[in-house]
Design a protein around this ligand. Structure first.
Ligand SMILES: [Zn+2]
Length: 99
């Protein structure tokens, strides 16, 4: 059990309390275990560099040589890459946990 400061009235309250005993502010809004902060620009650029690029030129050339058979592999690879990249975007959007 620790004393924390109420964000509403600034008085010390127990971290185990459901609400501030001085002003009644709910503690859940003060102490959110899932609170996140945005990633820094450098962290974002590192994650963005992990994104997979679908090489359309390579796939177009392969499509010509294989008479369109390669187009199916191309679509599968593109969908797979999009899924990975969407996960990275989501992670950046959510931010990192503070705890
Ligand atoms: Zn308070």
């Amino acid at each position: 059990m620790a004393l924390i400061q109420c964000l509403d009235c600034g008085k010390d309250i127990s971290s185990n309390a459901a609400a501030c005993i001085h002003c009644g502010a709910p503690l859940s809004s003060l102490k959110n275990p899932n609170q996140t902060v945005p990633y820094s620009d450098s962290e974002v650029s590192v994650m963005l560099s992990g994104k997979k690029q679908t090489s359309h030129v390579l796939h177009l050339i392969l499509s010509c040589f294989t008479f369109g058979i390669w187009i199916f592999f191309w679509i599968i690879v593109a969908i797979s890459n999009n899924g990975d990249n969407a996960a990275i975007d989501k992670k950046i959007k959510l931010g990192k946990k503070t705890t």
